[in-house]
Design a protein around this ligand. Sequence first.
Ligand SMILES: [Mg+2]
Length: 190
Amino acid sequence: MSDETTQRKAIIFDRDGTLIVDKVYLNDPDAIEYLPGVFEALRTLRDAGFIFFVATNQSGVPRGLVDIKNLNEIHRRIRAAFSEHGVDILEFYYAPFLTEDPHILRKPNPGMLLQAATEYKIDLGASWMIGDRMTDVEAGHRAGTRTIYLENETYKEKEVYLPAEGTFKTVAQAVPFIIEQDRLRARVFA
Ligand SMILES: [Mg+2]
């Protein structure tokens, strides 16, 4: 039996190409550009009972392309922008490791998601990971969430990972699917 007071359902978002435009090693807080429909999408998901996190790989940090102060300011501004729309992003997790580094925190590994689950008592089986890379999808699967893949023209990836439960072009387009799947799951596990 689930206990909603201690086990919450979450959506963990990738950042670039998912909530904001992928500027590749974004280091300028003034260059943040939100993707269409994200504020409304998260409001709808909030009303369906989800809490929100961001989990972003930041290999630009060890490469010297992204400054930690700027990264924190970027995340502060994104949180404030969503907050203005009534949406609380509880935590921004980032993995400052090189692409080839198999660190547990770097997607496709599930470390950031597991950290969120521990810190916020998340029911991962009732939660979702959403991203525009198959490494996001894989991180979700390794953590035990369900997943949404945002198909895009930037990344044409080899199918080395299990497919996502749902594939859409934007977060907004995925919302009805997530809510319907959440309803079906609640019927079984409530
Ligand atoms: Mg991305």
